[in-house]
Design a protein around this ligand. Structure first.
Ligand SMILES: *Cc1c(COP(=O)(O)O)cnc(C)c1O
Length: 355
């Protein structure tokens, strides 16, 4: 059985062995204030920076989910308001969470085949604490190219930080971390691990800001998390198993440049195939906004149902559409933990039954 669901997604087959080792090595009862755990944290963070090309001076935080990152960023780095550019459900949800706490926050939607115009952003002013982007919009299979993030970053005032949701692309594609202040992802997408852990990266400028804001009213306030992290510790008992799995998995991974190339090649082949050969067509028509890691296909609802049902009967689980796109689309995760053999089976399935 292969799952192409874009989260929770297919985990690496080695996870079975890592889990066994975690038990045998005593990690499930390891004290989180002890030297052994501190060593694990130190090692995991170093491996993460090495494998993903994260600048050495960025600070790594572990949280429980991308959703927690949304809330923490509002609590601890947004004294006044944030500014959200989004084309889909995850970006919009982030905006909704922010607005609930900071009502002045602004949301600017854009279309799925549209590249947002970063030179014309109504309402973006000096009092904006955070500009928020979703690099890979998992719900509609779109992606922002590096150039969009770079151009936006270059035109922000020094008061404004750029925050990027990279939940379904971090560890799959090579991101230019230097071109934003905050990046985060949870591990049940491109990391190929079980849910319950997220990773947030902060630039030195973002760290300086959180220290200045000094917000301490919540159990997960970034200020307290930062102070603990200086000694590779956490404010509360962390997901030690999740961190252990991440550490083991990262050690077995190729450098991100290689992973990126592999996914890029696979995505190109899939888009070429679905552009021509089947009854379903790519959901996103603009090649500039198509995601590398999540491929959306569209068709009439009855056909979508039929494709999903028949695929499942052949041990291929496709991802359903999301939100407004649910009845008329399906999603195929192009994540690193899904082997090439799975995609060969998938293409054969379409060629045989829906050409
Ligand atoms: C999955 C996803 C989320 C939510 O992740 P959780 O870990 O469930 O909170 C947020 N943003 C994007 C882009 C996602 O793909």
């Amino acid at each position: 059985m292969y799952t192409f669901n874009p989260g929770p997604s297919q985990v690496y087959p080695q996870v079975r062995r890592y889990l066994q080792d975690a038990f045998d090595e005593g990690w499930l009862s390891a004290p989180h204030r002890g030297e052994r755990f501190v060593q694990l944290m130190r090692q995991t963070i170093q491996e993460l920076k090495n494998k993903l090309n994260v600048p050495q001076d960025y600070t790594v935080f572990f949280m429980s989910s991308a959703t927690e990152c949304w809330e923490v960023l509002t609590q601890s780095l947004t004294p006044t308001k944030s500014y959200h550019l989004y084309s889909g459900a995850f970006g919009e949800k982030w905006y909704e969470y922010a607005k609930a706490l900071r009502p002045e926050s602004i949301g600017i939607p854009f279309g799925i085949d549209e590249v947002p115009d970063v030179y014309n952003l109504p309402g973006l002013d000096e009092k904006t604490d955070l500009v928020c982007l979703t690099q890979n919009e998992t719900s509609n299979a779109t992606q922002l190219r590096d150039g969009v993030i770079l151009n936006l970053y270059n035109r922000l005032s020094t008061n404004t930080l750029l925050a990027v949701d990279a939940t379904s692309s971090m560890a799959g594609i090579q991101l230019k971390y230097i071109k934003a202040d905050i990046w985060y992802a949870s591990v049940q997408k491109c990391f190929g691990l079980p849910a319950g852990l997220s990773i947030m990266l902060l630039s030195p400028k973002a760290v300086e800001r959180l220290r200045k804001v000094n917000e301490r009213s919540h159990y997960n306030s970034l200020t307290a998390q930062y102070e603990k992290m200086l000694n590779f510790q956490t404010t509360h008992t962390p997901n030690v198993l999740g961190i252990y799995l991440l550490s083991r998995s990262l050690a077995d991974r190729a450098p991100i440049k290689q992973v990126h190339q592999h996914l890029q090649d696979r995505a190109t082949k899939l888009y070429d195939y679905f552009d021509q050969a089947t009854q379903l067509t790519p959901l996103i028509t603009n090649p500039e906004t198509r995601s590398t890691t999540v491929i959306g296909l569209q068709g009439p609802p009855a056909l979508i149902d039929e494709v999903k049902r028949r695929a499942l009967s052949q041990d291929l689980q496709l991802g359903s559409g999301y939100g407004t796109w649910k009845p008329t689309s399906l999603r195929i995760a192009n994540f690193p933990a899904i082997p090439d053999a799975a995609f060969e089976q998938l293409v054969q399935f379409f060629a045989r039954e829906f050409a």
